[in-house]
Design a protein around this ligand. Structure first.
Ligand code: NZQ
Ligand code: ZN
Length: 388
């Protein structure tokens, strides 16, 4: 097991009605707040009005910036940075999902930085400071509510790039499962695939002696596999929604990766699909992850046997481990299919004519992943497996 430091400063407040506390939480960080949100579901549901009332009651002045698109764009981040500077805003409140939170994070590190905010995402600068950031979460998926990362799409070249800096972790996140009742089945499933992938990116490691966190990951996966179909069949089942919401945070708050060398190749491979075809991130992962597994399992078969047996209860074939492994991958595909996700490029209407270009873009900054470092040809082979 690797040495590690675990520190997660995000205060999570979880349960029915917790968004009513947003004014009290936000008031600890200043008087003037940027209310950042997406395409309008929070307006239609009445959440925006409730959040505004709570902020005003706590004496906060509100400036708003809506319009964050899924796969959030750099141009809006730049607009937000200018707005925050011009208005002298003290803190940012993201009300929405991963896209809104990531856009807010990029604004928050861009404001105190003299250069262009894309420098962080292009690997040219390190963020040392950030404005304080709070979250009211409406979709359990990206885990951005307590992660130190943001993923932004630069329209100039359609580059989707992630950036991680410890200063980006939100100060607080309010998680009310009732706010997720309105999520359509497909968005719910995309979120489930994303949190599943966040655990798998950590699970597939070459690091020895990580048996304890292996079992944490396996239990988290089993919990998601059990609760997701319930949340989709009964959108207003509070228990199922609550379990999925907490799982999404735990999957990506760093706990499950401690002491391990994480992989993250599948995320890099998926980002090309989102960047070029605007595919929902979770749907892209449901396509890419099983293909990645098929390509790399020979590198560490025992880990894949363990996955199949412990997560999906596949019967171990002692004389033919490959059969056990392939059955585990089939079970993962079957799970994604059952909750309504595509598992092949064609099923998401993604044509096969730009696979080579995507493989080159994905590896432009060097090989992807650590379980098996992947060069351009490896990534191309994975896209082809996803097209099979
Ligand atoms: O735009 P609005 O109106 O808010 O609608 C959203 C959006 O259309 C809608 N939605 C959200 N909550 C809803 C709702 N609709 C009805 N009822 C609700 N309660 O759902 C749509 C998708 O929202 P989005 O924020 O894009 O989803 P998600 O949370 O999955 O975020 C995806 C983004 O996060 C990035 C992804 O790459 C992608 O850009 N990621 C960020 C990470 C991080 N910062 O740590 C890690 C992840 O791996 C991921 O890469
Ligand atoms: Zn993800």
């Amino acid at each position: 097991m690797q040495n590690f430091t675990f520190s997660n400063i995000t205060k999570i407040v979880f349960g029915r009605g917790v968004e009513e506390r947003v004014g009290r939480e936000a008031a600890q960080y200043g008087r003037k707040v940027l209310l950042h949100y997406g395409g309008g579901h929070i307006v239609r549901s009445g959440l925006k009005a409730r959040v505004e009332a709570s902020l005003r009651e706590a004496g906060l002045e509100i400036i708003e910036l809506g319009g964050v698109q899924p796969n959030p764009r750099l141009s809006l981040v730049r607009e937000g940075i200018e707005l925050v500077r011009r208005e002298g805003i003290d803190l940012i409140l993201a009300v929405g999902g991963g896209s809104v939170i990531d856009s807010a994070k990029a604004i928050a590190i861009g404001v105190p930085y003299d250069g262009d905010v894309w420098d962080f995402f292009a690997g040219r600068a390190q963020a040392e400071e950030s404005l304080p950031l709070g979250v009211v979460l409406t979709i359990p998926a990206a885990g951005s509510e307590s992660s130190p990362s943001a993923v932004i799409t630069n329209e100039d070249g359609w580059l989707k790039r992630g950036y991680t800096a410890i200063v980006m972790r939100p100060k607080f996140a309010l998680l009310n499962p009732e706010l997720t009742f309105s999520l359509p089945a497909y968005q719910t499933a995309c979120g489930v695939a994303d949190m599943t992938a966040h655990i798998l990116e950590r699970y597939f490691t070459n690091e020895p002696d990580v048996g304890f966190s292996d079992q944490l990951c396996e239990a988290a996966l089993r919990g998601i596999i059990q609760e997701a179909p319930r949340a989709i069949a009964e959108p207003e089942d509070y228990g199922a929604r609550a379990n999925i919401m907490w799982a999404g945070t735990v999957a990506h708050n760093d706990l499950l990766g401690m002491g391990r060398i994480e992989d993250w190749a599948s995320h890099g491979i998926e980002h090309e699909l989102s960047a070029i075809y605007d595919t929902a991130h979770g749907a892209g992962l449901a396509i890419v992850f099983p293909a990645w597994m098929k390509y790399v399992y020979k590198h560490n078969p025992a880990r894949f046997v363990q996955f199949a047996v412990r997560v999906f209860g596949v019967e171990q074939d002692f004389f033919n481990p490959e059969r056990t492994i392939l059955e585990g991958i089939r079970c993962l595909e079957e799970f994604f299919r059952r909750i309504g996700l595509p598992v092949r490029l064609q099923e998401a209407d993604i044509p096969a004519d730009r696979l080579e270009e995507m493989a080159a873009k994905a590896t432009a900054d060097g090989p992807l992943g650590s379980f098996v470092p992947l060069e351009k040809d490896d990534v191309l082979a994975i896209y082809q497996l996803a097209n099979a």
